[in-house]
Design a protein around this ligand. Structure first.
Ligand code: ADE
Length: 229
């Protein structure tokens, strides 16, 4: 057994992967620090047409992924202790705390939904954790799965170096990040805030903290860092 963080993605569109994961830091770490396997849901389809879905019981539009097909596919992966996530707009919203927990575990199994949904009996019977990446509807779970993987992989030791240690990142400490500046000193007549070039580290820290607080209160009053201050 390798010590890599293991991702398995169950999908009807395996050619969407590795997709972005040939590039940049996560791409460089693929095969070294983490592994990515795609599992073809179609291979578990039934009959000549390898059918994976059927019409919704009770009527209505769209199609539902069959419990027996999804279960056979999941069971083919064998038993391990990785969490099994179903990418779905009705899932619990993903946050940085969940990402950190996933990243510090053995890896993930991600099931990409398509169509109207997945039969509830396999969600319950195989203990799938429904996860959403935001309050909008994608055409399928693949891009959501990529978002989950990207967020987890960048936190794996050795992928990003000290940048990802994370204390100053947005959401750590329940706050959004302060604004950033770099050269040139003057851009279209707008100067870098003087405090940032003052060399006074305590003042810089105080300024960043107050900017973080202000932007969080304005944009994300729901975040913990925006409250009671
Ligand atoms: N599939 C479709 N929309 C999604 C979303 N917002 N999050 C996760 N999976 C999805």
């Amino acid at each position: 057994m390798s010590g890599l963080w293991r991702a398995s993605v169950i999908t009807l569109y395996p050619d969407m992967f590795p997709g972005p994961f040939t590039q940049a830091l996560a791409g460089r770490a693929l095969g070294e620090i983490w592994s990515l396997e795609t599992v073809r849901l179609r291979d578990f389809g039934l009959g000549k047409h390898k059918t994976v879905d059927d019409t919704p019981s009770g009527g209505g539009v769209g199609m539902v992924l069959r419990a027996d097909v999804v279960a056979a596919c999941l069971d083919s992966l064998g038993v391990d202790d990785r969490p099994r996530l179903l990418m779905s707009p009705r899932g619990k919203p993903l946050n940085q705390a969940r990402v950190r927990a996933l990243s510090s575990g053995p890896g993930v199994i991600l099931l990409c939904g398509r169509f109207e949904g997945v039969d509830q009996r396999v969600i319950d019977g195989r203990n799938l954790e429904e996860v959403s990446i935001g309050d909008y509807v994608l055409s399928g779970g693949e891009i959501a799965a990529m978002a989950v993987l990207d967020a987890c992989v960048r936190l794996l030791p050795g992928v990003m170096g000290k940048d990802a240690s994370g204390e100053n990142e947005s959401f750590e400490g329940g706050l959004l990040e302060h604004p950033h500046y770099t050269r040139p000193q003057s851009f279209e007549g707008v100067e870098i805030p003087a405090v940032l070039t003052s060399g006074d580290h305590a003042k810089v820290e105080a300024w960043r903290r107050s900017e973080s607080l202000a932007v969080t209160k304005q944009r994300r009053p729901d975040l913990s860092g925006a409250k009671d201050r």
